[in-house]
Design a protein around this ligand. Structure first.
Ligand code: DC
Length: 228
């Protein structure tokens, strides 16, 4: 593997996106938000009028195989496209979080998206963030980080993000949804979120974004000065 690939895995709300974008910018490599791809498939499934819980995996796989999902842009301006439509904002709702988690448990969906993610990583390198980057997508990279933080800290962060977008979700709803989704993501049969012992673990509860980024950069061994 020639390209520099950094895997950032961990549960929701742990800061993977903020840290991943800053890292990609500092390292000068692409940034790939793999969750955005599951979210786009989740949106496509919802638009077909399919309700949760998903009862017909074959139909979900057929929908996933028939859509064109792309993530483009740099860390500063990452966008997600579904059949040529910019869905970057629409995929960030609590409802689509549930759809994304549900479609991500379908092995046929994972095979397709993980295959695309692996090709992108091997072609151009990058910071990839998700749940199975270090276990399944690019297990051979030596640069694997598993971010953690308590559920309360993560829910507070996610609640602040949603409130800034005028969401009416309460903190209690955000916490309950987050715990349910993490449980589903960590217990599904195919590629669950798991620290298999090959990661460097980083508890972000008491760290600033800059502190997390600096620790990852020094572990990667390619520290780059700010702006450089
Ligand atoms: O990172 P996120 O919250 O945007 O991800 C949305 C869902 O997609 C998440 O609940 C689980 C799934 N996902 C996954 O299974 N594997 C990944 N590499 C990324 C996300």
């Amino acid at each position: 593997m020639k390209a520099l690939v950094v895997a950032i895995d961990g549960p929701s709300g742990v800061g993977k996106s903020t840290v991943g974008k800053a890292l990609a910018a500092r390292l000068g490599v692409p940034y790939l938000d793999t969750g955005a791809m599951y979210r786009a498939v989740g949106l496509a499934v919802k638009r077909k009028g399919i309700a949760l819980p998903l009862e017909d995996p074959a139909r979900v796989i057929a929908i996933a195989s028939g859509v064109d999902v792309r993530v483009t842009g740099s860390a500063e301006d990452a966008r997600t496209w579904l059949n040529g439509e910019d869905v970057s904002k629409e995929i960030r709702t609590p409802e689509i979080s549930k759809y994304a988690s549900a479609v991500s448990a379908v092995p046929g969906v994972r095979r397709r998206l993980a295959g695309m993610q692996r090709s992108l990583a091997l072609e151009g390198g990058g910071v990839l963030e998700g749940r199975d980057i270090g276990t399944k997508v690019v297990p051979e990279t030596p640069h694997k980080f598993f971010l953690t933080a308590s559920a309360a800290v993560r829910a507070r962060r996610r609640f602040a993000e949603l409130s800034a977008k005028n969401s009416l979700e309460t903190y209690e709803q955000v916490l309950a949804d987050m715990e349910a989704r993490d449980h589903a993501d960590a217990t599904r049969a195919d590629s669950p979120l798991t620290d298999d012992g090959t990661y460097a673990r980083l508890d972000t509860s008491a760290l600033s974004v800059d502190e997390v980024v600096d620790r990852v950069l020094s572990a990667v061994g390619r520290p780059v000065p700010p702006g450089g």
